[in-house]
Design a binder for this molecule. Sequence first.
Ligand SMILES: [Zn+2]
Length: 196
Amino acid sequence: MGHDAAVGRRHPSAGRRRPAAGRGRRRDPGQRQRRGTRPPCDADPRPASPPLIICEESGRTGPVSVSPLTRDEHSAEFFDAAARGVLLLRWSTECGGYLPPAAVICPCAPLAPLEWREASGLGEVVTWTVIPVRGTDAVPPTVVAYVELAEGPWITVRVRGIDPAKLRAGHPVRIGFETPEGGGETIPIALPPHPG
Ligand SMILES: [Zn+2]
């Protein structure tokens, strides 16, 4: 999983079809709002592109590999916190809205500085995909989900400890962390809502 898949790189509203008079426009009324914690600036928390991890490797016979992540200046604080078991989000000093970790601007106030804020680590599954391992039942499938955090932003994470057959939209999760065996940065994952 690259940095993109772990924390998203592009601004959530980048590349999406949005009305020209975007500011202040409500989203399509047909879209349900699960929580009252939407960023007030009408930021769309959804990633602009599908998670990169969802790509089949032809002939793969083992679990989906996770490439070691390398930090950069922007992500260093995020990964430092992750190593301590803390999920950080970007937070707009202008509108008080939360943004995904890799956000670089707030869509309603592009010049406003963003700060890091601790997230609750609670969220719920929006959608997910199950990637089976061919040729064996011994290795559990890889499950990757979009998780809507309690603060509003969506992140793409691997799901651990939840039977894929029991996943559903709205399934509550808490964010945990794991460090790939091969090394690399500690990354967020989705776990069952209650430890154990
Ligand atoms: Zn904003």
